[in-house]
Design a protein around this ligand. Structure first.
Ligand code: C2O
Ligand code: CU
Ligand code: CU
Length: 490
């Protein structure tokens, strides 16, 4: 109802953007009330919090014929989440939320047998990895309910980094991920300069429960803004606790596996250095005050326990506005993780140089990718270069081994995090609406947030042929068609 009203206003006032915005804003108020009604308050649900940070389970792998062999099965799973209540039904890989962690080394060869026990078609997409297109879980390669397939690929030298896997079927990605299907994938190098630091892995995900304690469907506001639940979980637990020695230096890997949250993460009481991005280590550690981690992105931090007096000891998501149409913005700090001090420890060294990253050279091709929104057209609301996703259309034809430079231009009203499959890119410059600024350091990424009226320039090379998806990593926008295909030809 509300949505239809919003659409009519949008259509009627299409010639006056300011009026559209304010009409949308008042409709949005009505919808916020609706959304609140279908989403009970966190406190009312009784989800326990404050327990120890759960360790991720790891996927058992067996070495056979030169490959590491493992099995993944996607199936419904009942978890007794809430006290006294009925179990909550998730969809999970190998009965675990998050899915089992896969940790390998450069040069390893992986073979995964996958079984789909879901009522929907699915795929397993290996987000960020430089693997063959036909092994990458493209929407074109769906595994039907009850069916199986094998995924097989090797991890080339230079691929050490922090990745993840999640479903990518056409139109059902958001639902399958928010029901619990996502797991982490770490590739280590043989000469890792940070191997001496103890590691903590933090998978941040969203949980939205209905009044019955079941995973809620997406509201109209979720479909438009991207879903945000009552809970941000870490390794499947709500506001768990991690212990950090006073003076201890740890290496953290953090995944933003939420559908839509742009997380501005901060550790106000501690010393934090950025040491890695999606595709592995950066050249030198960079001291940071916060980390902006858009949905789908990962980072590696070197965190030293300082417990500065008068500052919150835990991990927070600072307020961040992402141009939502419907829902309220995150306007207060959100506690994500508690940190408790343990005994004082000697601070391990942080090397001044981590590795060398060669800048990608002069591009052989330049392309423009424009994000836009058409709120008056519910069938095609989120657009790339004026179009919605079509599996049978190749949007760009590229060449194996050729450097490309893409300009991502966000002419919409919301942040849209850009993601490209099959490779890592280097951001070269960002336009903040006033002018271009060179990117201050080299890093390998596969997701970059693009706020409204801003632009990002990036370069990449695809070393393998085949169709590669690029899309907004707000999963509801991806499902709504904010996706295209780059066909890489030999
Ligand atoms: Cu993590 Cu195409 O997605
Ligand atoms: Cu991906
Ligand atoms: Cu988007």
């Amino acid at each position: 109802m509300q949505r239809r009203r919003l659409m009519q206003w949008g259509a009627a006032l299409a010639l006056s953007p300011w009026l559209v915005r304010s009409a949308q804003a008042s409709a949005a108020h009505a919808m916020q009330a609706d959304a609140a009604a279908d989403m009970p308050q966190a406190a009312a649900l009784g989800l326990p919090r404050g327990g120890e940070l759960p360790e991720l389970v790891s996927l058992p792998l067996e070495l056979k014929d030169g490959a590491l062999n493992g099995c993944l099965a996607a199936a419904p799973l009942n978890l007794p989440l809430l006290p006294g209540g009925k179990a909550t039904t998730f969809w999970a890989y190998n009965d675990s939320v998050p899915g089992p962690a896969i940790a390998l080394r450069e040069g390893d060869n992986l073979r995964i047998r996958f079984d789909n026990h879901l009522p929907q078609p699915t795929t397993v997409h290996w987000h960020g990895l430089p693997i063959p297109a036909d092994q990458d879980g493209n929407p074109h390669d769906a595994v039907a309910p009850g069916a199986s397939r094998e995924y097989r690929f090797d991890l080339p030298k230079g691929s050490a980094g922090t990745y993840w896997y999640h479903p990518h079927p056409h139109g059902h990605t958001a639902e399958q991920v928010y029901r619990g299907l996502a797991g982490v994938f770490v590739v280590r190098s043989l000469d890792d300069p940070l191997a001496h630091l103890p590691e903590r892995w933090l998978v941040l995900s969203d949980l939205k429960l209905d009044a019955q304690g079941q995973i809620a469907g997406n509201s109209d506001a979720d479909k438009m803004d991207g879903r945000e639940g009552q809970f941000v979980l870490v390794n499947g637990a709500w506001q768990p606790k991690l212990t950090l020695g006073v003076g201890e230096r740890q290496r953290w890997r953090i995944w933003n596996a939420t559908s839509a949250r742009v997380l501005k993460l901060a550790l106000p009481a501690h010393e934090v250095w950025l040491v890695g991005t999606d595709g592995g280590l950066i050249e030198k550690p960079r001291r940071i005050d916060y980390l902006l981690l858009p949905p789908g992105a990962r980072a590696e931090l070197a965190v030293t326990g300082r417990f500065a007096a008068g500052k919150p000891a835990g991990l927070l998501a600072l307020p961040y506005a992402r141009g939502k149409m419907m829902g309220p913005e995150q306007d207060a700090s959100l506690p994500i993780l508690d940190i408790a001090p343990s005994a004082a420890l000697k601070t391990a060294a942080l090397p001044a140089r981590l590795r060398k990253i060669a800048p990608l050279g002069k591009p052989a091709a330049r392309r423009l990718v424009v994000f836009s929104e058409d709120m008056a057209n519910p069938a095609a609301m989120f657009l790339i270069n004026g179009k919605t996703f079509d599996m049978d259309r190749m949007d760009f034809i590229g060449r194996v081994g050729a450097v490309e430079e893409w300009e991502i231009d966000n002419r919409a009203d919301m942040d849209h995090p850009f993601h490209l499959h099959g490779t890592q890119f280097q951001v070269t410059a960002r336009h903040d609406g006033k002018g271009w600024k060179q990117e201050p350091y080299l890093a390998w990424r596969d997701v970059v947030n693009v706020p409204p009226e801003q632009k990002v320039r990036l370069r990449f090379r695809q070393d393998l042929p085949g169709p590669r998806m690029f899309h907004c990593h707000i999963l509801e926008h991806e499902d709504a068609g904010m996706m295209g295909t780059l066909d890489v030809r030999a």
